[in-house]
Design a protein around this ligand. Sequence first.
Ligand code: MD6
Ligand code: FE
Length: 201
Amino acid sequence: MLLLKPGLRLYKAALDRAAQEALRDELRDLLREAPLFHPTMPRSGKPFSVRMSNCGPLGWISDISGYRYQAHHPETGRPWPPMPECLRGLWRAYAGCDLAPDACLINFYDEQARMGAHQDRDEADFSAPILSVSLGDSCRFRYGGENRRDPSDSLRLDSGDVLVFGGPARLMFHGVDRILPKTSTLLDPPGRINLTLRRAK
Ligand code: MD6
Ligand code: FE
């Protein structure tokens, strides 16, 4: 475990290749039930460059009217599929939180996609951490402080890595500067999947 700063823990290669392949295959089926959609920014309606879906009781979505957690897919109207057991096991092993996650956001990045600096603050209780799992191509992940203008650092996240944001790091600004194309053979089509497990309610 690497403690990057108080509350920010990185577990390199928490999933080995076989576990990554098993999770990839589960996600492939899950995304047939809950297809990736193109979220848009509140007010402006500008599309995100990532595509999203969710699993678990609640899912995070963004559209013209705002950010929120809801229990159904915005396009199919169906409930989100259950969270794979492998993800719940990572939460038990690494989150350090007795309560189970009730939401998992799935972000898919193609080679051009990025994620602007943001805080995750739509959850009811910031005492629970957020646990992130990376699959596929590596990325440059940027993290700073609680104010957008605080100094920032970046690190490389590779397939199989788990990052936990909790305690004093829970509300830090973070984003994805860029995807590093052709750094993994896990996904076809290529790209990066990031899963973030949360306690939304
Ligand atoms: C990403 N991650 O890695 C974006 N949020 O693609 C996040 O936005 C994130 O890694 C909250 C906690 C951990 C994260
Ligand atoms: Fe985030």
